[in-house]
Write a protein that binds this ligand. Structure first.
Ligand code: BV8
Ligand code: ZN
Length: 258
């Protein structure tokens, strides 16, 4: 067994006694699955394009062909990507606590592919397509002429990925469930997010205000780092499996000891 990282004192007891653990994930948890994050310059999507320029309703209207092909490129990366040990560790964690809520900012569906059953997708899912005009979900369409966007088979409107663009509101039910979990959880794990995109970035702050212990898993510092109780400055794909395994052993000892 690889040598396990020593975890900060108190972290395991906090997790072992938690009734409700909420997890908020960002692009960083999918980095080890080969999906570029938004900010890692060397591979990040920002390097080629600025998502804030492309992931917007006006970009889709002004330059539908470019926006559509950017998403088709990203979908090709998602199709090749597999869940990594970080995603799988969260599936195991769900079975160790009485109440567990997984909230993701990611649009790649890798938590569901890993086996997580109830995933709150704050920003939609890149593998789903909907019509920007009539709003229907669309599964098949005629391939468009080069550089064009396919037309909705129902109303001939413009098709788009079923994601939340910058400047668009988040799905209200998803946001409400996420807020509910943030203010009621005992512990919030914040994994692989630069914690700047709102309103998702405010969820850990609500959890802190409500008295939860907040654990950040991120090799880099973020605006959240000074506020959290515990920081695990390692890649999620390494540290989450070790954390969950250590928690499992702690819980077994506690149950055995009872
Ligand atoms: C809204 C789907 C209101 C699309 C996404 C000022 C100017 C302009 C706008 C705003 C502004 N202030 C606030 C706003 C609003 C804006 C916003 O927050 N902008 C930010 C940039 C300032 N927010 C919005 O527009 C939201 N909507 O506010 O609507 C409204 C209300 C009513 C009516 C009308 C309007 C909508 C936000 C959602 C946007 N859509 N995604 C798509 O994917 O194409 S967000 C997109 O970016 C991702 O989904 C993700 O959420 C976000 C990127 O953030 P991260 O996930 O954190 O990824 P990032 O690369 O940044 O960080 C990765 C981290 O992982 C790093 O810290 C790295 O160190 C770490 N890491 C790397 N490897 C690992 C790792 N960690 C662990 N393990 C590793 N191995
Ligand atoms: Zn339509």
């Amino acid at each position: 067994m690889e040598s396990r990282p020593a975890f900060p004192p108190g972290l395991l007891d906090t997790l072992a006694t938690a009734r409700h653990i909420a997890v908020l994930t960002g692009a960083g948890i999918s980095a080890e699955s080969g999906i570029p994050t938004f900010r890692d310059a060397q591979t990040g999507l920002w390097a080629q394009y600025d998502p804030q320029e492309l992931a917007t309703p006006w970009a889709l209207r002004q330059n539908p062909g470019l926006v559509w092909s950017w998403y088709e490129w990203r979908r090709s990366l998602v199709r090749k990507a597999k869940p990594n040990p970080g995603h799988r560790a969260l599936v195991e964690l769900e079975d160790l606590v009485p109440h567990f809520t997984l909230i993701t900012q990611n649009v790649d569906g890798l938590h569901q592919a890993a086996g997580s059953r109830h995933v709150i997708e704050l920003h939609g899912n890149i593998m789903r397509t909907r019509c920007a005009d009539c709003g229907r979900q669309v599964k098949t369409w005629e391939p468009p002429p080069k550089g064009q966007v396919p037309a909705c088979p129902h109303c001939h409107g413009v098709l788009r990925p079923d994601v939340v663009f910058f400047g668009e509101p988040l799905p209200s039910e998803a946001l409400e469930k996420a807020l509910e979990a943030a203010i009621h959880c005992d512990v919030m794990l914040v994994v692989g997010t630069s914690a700047v995109v709102e309103p998702a970035a405010s969820l850990p702050r609500y959890a802190l205000q409500a008295g939860a212990s907040v654990v950040e898993v991120n090799p880099q510092e973020t605006p959240l780092s000074p506020l959290v109780h515990y920081r695990l400055a390692q890649p999620a794909g390494h540290v989450l499996p070790a954390l969950v395994q250590t928690l499992k052993e702690r819980l077994a000892r506690l149950q055995g000891g009872r």
